[in-house]
Design a protein around this ligand. Structure first.
Ligand code: OAD
Length: 230
């Protein structure tokens, strides 16, 4: 329970929650990693050595993310705040949870509509949907880059996310293949939760202790939320 006496809910989401908003996932048949090699565009090394191509990749997905609208799943997740103390922990770098009305959203893998410098204490810049130029620098003089977690980089918010999972009374996991670590390990942290539900079209391994509801997030999540809101 939260201090206000409301049960704590954590909603852990991945690309599948935004699929019905028209944003492709990463590993499904039409997924982003079928069109792009992540080693060429989404590693720390690629951002250094292959900067123009890496920036162009993020420019493309940033434009798509900006043009997309929240769907029924995002809206239902925001509705949970009527009864529960809700934290959304998302692997997504879009802002569709915020735009649907969720008030606490932890972006485990960063934020596509922000940029930051490359130094140890970077300045952050809100960029909305605009591209980052290859020679563009932040206020501290280091090269600007998307404020996203690249492969091979630490996930600075993982401990905070794990703490939320451990304190949760109920957990709803939506639209993630649970194939990227350390994010995938979060499902195992929800030991005290009375209810644990996973919604996806498919997962690599069903996590133990979860009720797997196979289906589209835009259809299944509103049903679960309606049940939970009673
Ligand atoms: P994936 O592409 O790996 O998995 C998408 C999941 O969503 C799969 O389980 C699909 O079955 C499911 N799915 C697809 N459409 C759906 C729908 N309409 N309704 C419900 N489920 C649906 O995406 P993530 O698990 O989010 O990281 O990928 C994790 C991380 O890998 C991303 O955050 C990104 C990527 O590389 C970084 O870039 C660091």
């Amino acid at each position: 329970m939260s201090e206000a006496g409301r049960p704590r809910v954590v909603v852990l989401t991945g690309a599948g929650v935004s699929a019905e908003s028209g944003l492709p996932t990463f590993r499904d048949d039409d997924g982003i990693w079928r069109r792009f090699d992540p080693r060429q565009v989404a590693t720390a090394d690629a951002m250094r050595r292959n900067r123009a191509q890496a920036l162009a990749f993020f420019d493309e997905i940033r434009r798509a993310s900006w043009a997309a609208e929240p769907n029924a799943a995002h809206r239902a997740i925001a509705e949970l705040e009527r009864r529960f103390d809700v934290d959304v922990v998302t692997q997504n770098i879009d802002e569709l949870h915020e735009r649907a009305g969720s008030s606490r959203v932890l972006h485990l893998h960063g934020r596509l509509h922000w940029a930051r410098g490359s130094g140890p204490q970077p300045a952050f810049v809100r960029i909305d949907d605009r591209p980052i130029a290859p020679d563009e620098r932040c206020a501290h003089g280091t090269l600007l880059r998307p404020d996203v977690v690249l492969f091979g980089e630490d996930v600075p918010l993982i401990d905070q996310a794990a703490g939320l999972m451990r304190a949760a009374d109920r957990v709803l996991v939506v639209g993630t293949s649970l194939s990227v670590w350390p994010a995938a390990g979060l499902v195992l942290q929800a030991r005290r939760a009375q209810q644990r539900v996973l919604v996806a079209l498919d997962v690599d391994d069903e996590p133990p202790g979860y009720d797997f509801r196979r289906g589209r997030a835009g259809e299944v999540v509103p049903q679960i939320v309606a049940q939970w809101l009673g």
